[in-house]
Design a protein around this ligand. Structure first.
Ligand SMILES: [Zn+2]
Ligand SMILES: [Zn+2]
Length: 256
């Protein structure tokens, strides 16, 4: 399994892109930085997009990719929970901001949207996909992706602390999760549903207690202007837990 980090941040600039992961060139998770990171040719290789939640930094490129698929006369499969469908249908793809690609062209819409249920394994484009609820300001599901040769990655999406019950449902070799801000923002993290390095340490300690091991950990969704501070604190956590924890960056390639 090859995982490419297309966007690794929660804010966009010339040097940072919104969250998007790409698995084996065909399966994307979150669409914050999809179109801006992929050529038209690479976009046409996409078979499905899984969306964790409705926040803008995770869905921003859905209208853009839909337009590109529409103009190619093709369609794209998108999977998520009901609130994400509602947010897209009501706002970004409401026919005012952009065409209603969830419904049009009539009878053969550009976006084939499937609403998924948490904790029910789905077979999507050759992968077993399990959506698992995490803790954030709006409903979010993380996705465990299992390839046909048994490689397993779990991406939490945006989440705050309290993941012990989540860990019971997943067994990843690679965990991709979020750390949005350094430890001095812990109160903000608890209120808004984000992790800091110390909060991540607690969650990983809980993971080890539940599962008996620690996976390789890659962190995304950093605030770019706080990244140096996050990086220093993550290094301490990695050392304390004697485990690999690295910050993702745009263009990072991970192999399982
Ligand atoms: Zn969010
Ligand atoms: Zn976010």
């Amino acid at each position: 399994m090859n995982i490419q980090v297309l966007g690794a941040h929660n804010c966009e600039s010339q040097n940072s892109k919104f969250i998007s992961l790409l698995i084996d060139d065909t399966l994307a998770i979150d669409a914050g930085g999809l179109t801006s990171s992929l050529s038209f040719q690479a976009q046409q290789k996409l078979r499905a997009i899984l969306l964790t939640h409705q926040h803008y930094d995770h869905i921003r490129d859905v209208p853009a990719i839909a337009m590109n698929f529409f103009l190619q006369g093709t369609s794209i499969n998108i999977y998520s929970i009901l609130p994400v469908y509602d947010a897209l249908a009501t706002h970004l793809l409401d026919g005012k901001l952009y065409p209603k690609f969830l419904e049009q062209p009539q009878g053969n819409p550009t976006i084939k949207f499937t609403i998924i249920e948490p904790y029910k394994t789905e077979q999507i484009e050759g992968y077993s996909i399990l959506a698992v609820k995490v803790n954030h300001a709006v409903p979010v599901v993380g996705y465990q992706v299992t390839s046909s040769d048994g490689k397993i990655v779990f991406y939490t999406g945006d989440t705050g602390p309290g993941l012990a019950s989540c860990w019971e449902n997943v067994s990843p070799q690679l965990l991709i999760t979020e750390v949005t801000a350094p430890d001095r923002y812990e109160e903000f993290g608890r209120e808004s549903g984000h992790l800091t390095p110390s909060l991540l340490k607690q969650e990983l300690t809980a993971f080890q207690a539940v599962k008996g091991y620690l996976p390789q950990v890659v962190v995304v969704h950093m605030s770019p202007n706080l990244e140096k501070e996050i990086e220093a604190e993550i290094a301490v956590v990695a050392n304390d837990l004697n485990n690999s924890i690295t910050l993702a960056y745009e263009g990072m390639q991970l192999y399982l």
